[in-house]
Design a protein around this ligand. Structure first.
Ligand SMILES: [Zn+2]
Length: 172
C-alpha cells in the first residue's frame, strides 16, 4: 500500500518524505521564497527558517497549502491571516517562476501585465495603483517589468494577483 512512499524515500537524498531536491526548487525559486519570508516583520531566525522550509516543501508538492500548514506548525508571531498569506504567496511566486521558465523554454519572450480588478497587493494603495498602471503593458519575460531601478514580475510581488499573459510575436 505504501510502495510509492518507499520509492520516494529511497530516491530522495535531502528530505526522506517530501524531497527538498525537487526540480521545482530552482535557485530562483529558493531566493524569491527566502526574500518573501525575510520581509515578514518580527520573525526570529528560527521561525523564518521553519517557514522557509515549510514553503519549500509546499512548493515541492505542487503548491500544497496543507503541507505548508503542517510543516510550518503554529507560529505565534503571525496572525492566521498573515500565515495563510505567506503560504499562498510562496506557492504562487514559485508557480509564477515555473510558468515563466516554461514560456521561455517554449520560445516566448514577451508578456503583457494583466491587473486583476478588485485590488492587488493586500490593498496597499500605492502598490495597487502601480500594478493597475502597468496593466496592458508589455515586458520581457526574462527580465520582468522595469519599474524605477527594479524589475518586477506579476504574481511574484507580495500578495500580487496580477498575471503575465504571454504574447506571441510574429518574429518569435
Ligand atoms: Zn499585482
Amino acid at each position: 500500500m505504501f510502495d510509492w512512499f518507499k520509492t520516494k524515500q529511497a530516491k530522495s537524498r535531502v528530505d526522506p518524505v517530501i524531497g527538498l531536491d525537487s526540480p521545482r526548487l530552482t535557485l530562483e525559486v529558493r531566493e524569491k521564497l527566502r526574500g518573501r519570508v525575510m520581509r515578514v516583520p518580527g520573525l526570529s531566525d528560527e521561525d523564518s527558517a521553519r517557514l522557509f522550509q515549510a514553503g519549500l516543501k509546499a512548493v515541492a508538492k505542487g503548491g500544497d497549502m496543507r503541507t505548508f500548514a503542517l510543516e510550518a506548525g503554529p507560529c505565534d508571531k503571525l496572525s492566521s491571516w498573515q500565515f495563510t498569506t505567506l503560504g499562498n504567496d510562496m506557492c504562487r511566486i514559485a508557480s509564477s517562476i515555473e510558468t515563466k521558465a516554461n514560456l521561455l523554454r517554449a520560445g516566448i519572450t514577451t508578456a503583457t501585465w494583466q491587473y486583476t480588478s478588485g485590488g492587488c497587493c493586500g490593498g496597499d494603495p500605492e502598490v495597487d495603483a502601480l500594478h493597475r498602471s502597468l496593466s496592458g503593458r508589455q515586458f520581457s519575460l526574462k527580465d520582468g517589468m522595469k519599474v524605477g531601478k527594479r524589475h518586477i514580475f506579476p504574481a511574484q510581488e507580495d500578495e500580487c494577483r496580477c498575471r503575465a499573459v504571454p504574447v506571441i510575436l510574429d518574429d518569435d
